[in-house]
Structure formats: structure tokens, C-alpha cells
Design a binder for this molecule. Structure first.
Ligand code: ADP
Length: 504
């Protein structure tokens, strides 16, 4: 039995002394309510839905099942707040202070928030801690922007003044996925508020706990009621209602490409602005001169981190034929050494898959790879009960047409692909409908820059992977998205420009 036998550690019992009691208490406390207009409310239907622990498959909490009526309530509260002088007329310095206060609150509660996220999505605690702490940087970065959102003046004759104002859009609807509730919330809430918008956020039904607890903690920031609203519910119901709502000025969505297309279609009713962060099938290209000591662990982390449930996962690993045998053996060995286990187990490297549905999807892909003739180099085992675990899985002898090479799996599954030269690697890396991210490993500086330019991806990493920083824009080429988040692009995406012509 390999050390990473999927699910072998499912029976793990966390050491209570090392786990945030506040997080456990929050999860156990009664049904979570909706946060609308600064108040906590049950869903209008009175219904709730079950929240599952992916490490055990058991129901661990209930959350209010928000539907169209609740979304409508939240959008109205957000609109009222948007127009209220307590938000609309405050100075940019005050908006900045709100964001700085939010960052301080998150910082004081990192352990609790990180633990809630770790349990809710099955992410190992150290990684969850790191992502939770990174939310503080996001709020602080955009706090700085609140006072630097500039218009322009334009040349005119002597009796006129023409200038532009960069103004908020209004109500921003944020729809986020289950794989990253911390940073998906921060990436959407922080720039929207910095620009003076108000927000209605719908968490993923698989993982609603972090955004709901965050809103509770952020009450201490004293934002005017209705500036931030959280409505948990199902995508096809609450999510769809938000995407269609005529009172919403923008939807900022992160999730699958299929749902993203639906959001775009739903936005046409009132032509709301749309930013979409969608799926990926990112190439990770290893040239023969790469520093393999760094490259191998990074490549394995690239498709196993978060149990592969990461939109930028490097799931197509292109390896130059000169080093293919060596690299394939090293990747297989490193993948076998990954410990799959309970997210609270400090010895676990990766946790479970989010749900039974997702586990079945990943298993189907593994089966399809085998049926289509790919060779399983390592892994391949999916295990259910208790919890949903998949071993890091590496395929070889794949062709460019196989489903495991073309489609986003969202599990710890990679395809190793042998290539001949730079052109071959670039051509095949770009032979995908996605274009979210790509990584290149080489010591040759010319090749690094040439390949970085040639790759069709919103982010290209050279001799590194997964480095995302709020200071630089993030988003997808091709079917990986529309628009950009983070960086100054986020400010543009959360504002609109008004030209004022004054004749005197
Ligand atoms: P993932 O596969 O990462 O879960 P999804 O695209 O299924 O991505 O879900 C991302 C978010 O979109 C979740 O909050 C989900 O509830 C929401 N969602 C799903 N279907 C719809 C829909 N038809 N309209 C609006 N939002 C939706």
C-alpha cells in the first residue's frame, strides 16, 4: 500500500488543543442565517440546506436556503446603502479606513477563519492559514486605492471645463466557488468597497461557512447596513436570481466555464457588467535545462495542491524528451509521497475532494483516461466513505485528444506529455480552449521570455508556480474568463467613467 492510499487517514481525530475552538463552536452552533441590510435573517421560505464535512461525508451544519425573494431583499438593501449618504457621501479616506479595519479584524481572527475554511472545503490547515492571511494584504492594498481613484481633465476652449469622474457602478453581485472562499471573497469585496459600491455575495452551497462567519466578524467594522450582504443558497436558484436581477449593476463570478456562460446570458436583461474567472487546463512546461530539484516538487504541488481543486492547477505537464524518463520517474515518486488525509491532520499534504458528486466526476475522468488508452503511472484510486479522497494520479502515454488532456478535472490528476522542442511545446500547450495560467521551467533567459510571450494565458510563471499577488492583474485568456481581477484592473472593473462638460 502506498503511503498516500486515498482515505487511509480518514479516521484521524484532531487534537482539540491545536484546533481553533471558536471555529468548532461556530460550525456546531445553530443554522446559519442570511446577512441582509445589517441584520441576520432566516430565509423567507424558512428552509435550510445541509453543509457536509468533506473529510467525513457527514452533515456538520445547516445554512439558510436563500432564494430569489431573499436575493431581492439583499439587492434592495444594497441599493439603499449605495444611495445612503452614510456610504455614498463619505470621504475616500473613510472608505480606506473601513477596509483597513476589515483587514485588522481578519488578522485578529486568522486562526478561526482558516480553520472554518479548512473544515468546510477540506483544505489542509497550513494552506488555509496562508490564504486567509493573504486576505489582509488584499484589503490593505485596495484600502490604498480608495484615495487614488482618479478622473482626468481634458483640453477645452477658454469658457469651458471638461473633466471625468470615475464613479462606482452600484450594487455588485459576487458569486464565488467552494474551492477558495477566503480569497474569492476578498478579491471581490475589497475592490468593490474601495470604489464605493455595495455588495451582495452568494457563497457556494458546498462551502458557505467562511463568508457567513466573516460577515459576523466584520460587524465590528461598523459598515453602514446593507453595504455588505451575504445570501447563501443554491447556484441555480439564488445564484441565478442574482445574475438576472435588474437591480444589480455588475456580477463578479468565479467558477466553472459552463456556469460562467449562463451568467453572461443572464446578464443581458439589464446589460450588467460582468467579470468572469473560469476554468483552466494549465500547461506546466519543463525544458531539459530546468533546475529539476526545484521543478519536480513544484510540478507535483501544481496538480495536487488543494487536491487539484484549483483553477490554475498545472494539470498538463509537458516534459522535454531528453529528460522525460528522469522527470516522469521523479514526479511519480514525489506524487506517491504526498500524504492524503484529514485537513486538520498536521501530517497531511492534501485533503479530500469537496463532495460525492465531485469525487464521482474525478473517478470518471480517471476511468476515461484508462479507457482511452493512457497509462496510469501512479495513483488512480478514489475512495469514498468516510470522506471523499483521491490519490495523486499521474497518466502517461496520453494523446492530445483525450478527455483527461482537454477537460478540467478538478482533482489531483495530471497528464505527462513528452515534447520535442520549444515550438512543439508551445503549440500543444496552446491547443486548449482554456487560457488561465501556464508555467515554464528553464535556465535559458531568452527561451523563458520567448515562451512566456507565446503562451496564451492570463498568467505565466517562469521557474515558479501559483504566485498570485494582489498587485498584479489576474484573469483568463480564451474561455478561462472575461476581464481581470486584482491590481489596478480591479478598480477599472468596479467603476465607470462619467464625463462632465461645464460651459461658463
Ligand atoms: P465549481 O465547479 O467551482 O463549484 P460552479 O460554477 O458550479 O463552480 O459554481 C460556482 C458558483 O456559481 C457557486 O456559488 C454556485 O452556487 C454558483 N452557480 C452555480 N450555478 C449557477 C447558476 N446557474 N447561476 C448563478 N450561479 C450559479
Amino acid at each position: 500500500m502506498s503511503t498516500n492510499k486515498a482515505g487511509a487517514e480518514a479516521a484521524f481525530t484532531p487534537d482539540p488543543a491545536k484546533i481553533s475552538q471558536a471555529a468548532l463552536d461556530y460550525i456546531k452552533a445553530g443554522p446559519k442565517k442570511l446577512y441582509i441590510g445589517g441584520a441576520w435573517k432566516a430565509a423567507q421560505s424558512g428552509e435550510t440546506f445541509e453543509v457536509f464535512d468533506p473529510a467525513t461525508g457527514e452533515v456538520m451544519a445547516h445554512a439558510a436556503l436563500g432564494k430569489a425573494a431573499d436575493i431581492d431583499d439583499a439587492v434592495k438593501a444594497a441599493r439603499k446603502a449605495f444611495q445612503d449618504p452614510s456610504w455614498a457621501r463619505i470621504s475616500p479616506h473613510q472608505r480606506s479606513r473601513y477596509l483597513l479595519t476589515i483587514a485588522d479584524i481578519i488578522e485578529r481572527n486568522v486562526e478561526e477563519l482558516a480553520t472554518i475554511q479548512a473544515i468546510d472545503i477540506g483544505m489542509v490547515l497550513p494552506q488555509s492559514r496562508q490564504l486567509t492571511a493573504s486576505m489582509c494584504d488584499v484589503f490593505r492594498y485596495f484600502a490604498g486605492f480608495a484615495t487614488k481613484i482618479l478622473g482626468s481633465t481634458y483640453p477645452s476652449d477658454g469658457s469651458a471645463l471638461t473633466y471625468s469622474l470615475r464613479e462606482p457602478l452600484g450594487v455588485v453581485g459576487a458569486i464565488i466557488p467552494w474551492n477558495s472562499p477566503t480569497f474569492a471573497s476578498a478579491w471581490k469585496i475589497a475592490p468593490a468597497l474601495a470604489c464605493g459600491n455595495t455588495v451582495v455575495l452568494k457563497p457556494a452551497e458546498q462551502a458557505p461557512l467562511l463568508p457567513l462567519r466573516l460577515a459576523e466578524l466584520l460587524e465590528a467594522a461598523d459598515l453602514p447596513p446593507g453595504v455588505l450582504n451575504i445570501v447563501s443558497g443554491l447556484g441555480a436558484d439564488a445564484g441565478d436570481a442574482l445574475a438576472k436581477h435588474p437591480g444589480v449593476n455588475k456580477i463578479n463570478f468565479t467558477g466553472s466555464t459552463g456556469v460562467g456562460k449562463g451568467i453572461l446570458a443572464a446578464s443581458t436583461g439589464n446589460l450588467k457588467k460582468v467579470t468572469l474567472e473560469l476554468g483552466g487546463k494549465s500547461p506546466n512546461i519543463i525544458f531539459p535545462d530546468a533546475d529539476l530539484e526545484k521543478t519536480i516538487p513544484a510540478a507535483v504541488m501544481g496538480f495536487t495542491s488543494g487536491a487539484g481543486q484549483v483553477c490554475v492547477a498545472g494539470t498538463r505537464v509537458f516534459v522535454h524528451e531528453d529528460v522525460y524518463d528522469e522527470v516522469a520517474a521523479a514526479i511519480a515518486k514525489a506524487a506517491q509521497a504526498i500524504k492524503v488525509g484529514n485537513p486538520l491532520d498536521p501530517t497531511a499534504d492534501i485533503g479530500p475532494i469537496i463532495s460525492k458528486k465531485q469525487l464521482d466526476r474525478v473517478s470518471d475522468y480517471i476511468k476515461s483516461g484508462q479507457e482511452e488508452g493512457a497509462a496510469l503511472r501512479t495513483g488512480g484510486e478514489a475512495h469514498e466513505g468516510p470522506g471523499y479522497y483521491v490519490e495523486p494520479t499521474v497518466f502517461e502515454n496520453v494523446t492530445d485528444e483525450m478527455r483527461i488532456v482537454r477537460e478540467e478535472i478538478f482533482g489531483p490528476v495530471a497528464a505527462l506529455i513528452r515534447f520535442k522542442d520549444e515550438n512543439d511545446a508551445v503549440f500543444r500547450a496552446n491547443d486548449t480552449e482554456f487560457g488561465l495560467a501556464a508555467a515554464v521551467w528553464t535556465k535559458d533567459i531568452s527561451r523563458a521570455h520567448t515562451v512566456a510571450r507565446a503562451l496564451e494565458a492570463g498568467t505565466v510563471w517562469v521557474n515558479t508556480i501559483f504566485e498570485l499577488d494582489v498587485i498584479a492583474p489576474y484573469g483568463g485568456y480564451k474561455m478561462s474568463g472575461i476581464g481581470r481581477e486584482l491590481g489596478a484592473e480591479s478598480i477599472e472593473a468596479n467603476t465607470q467613467v462619467k464625463t462632465v462638460v461645464v460651459r461658463f
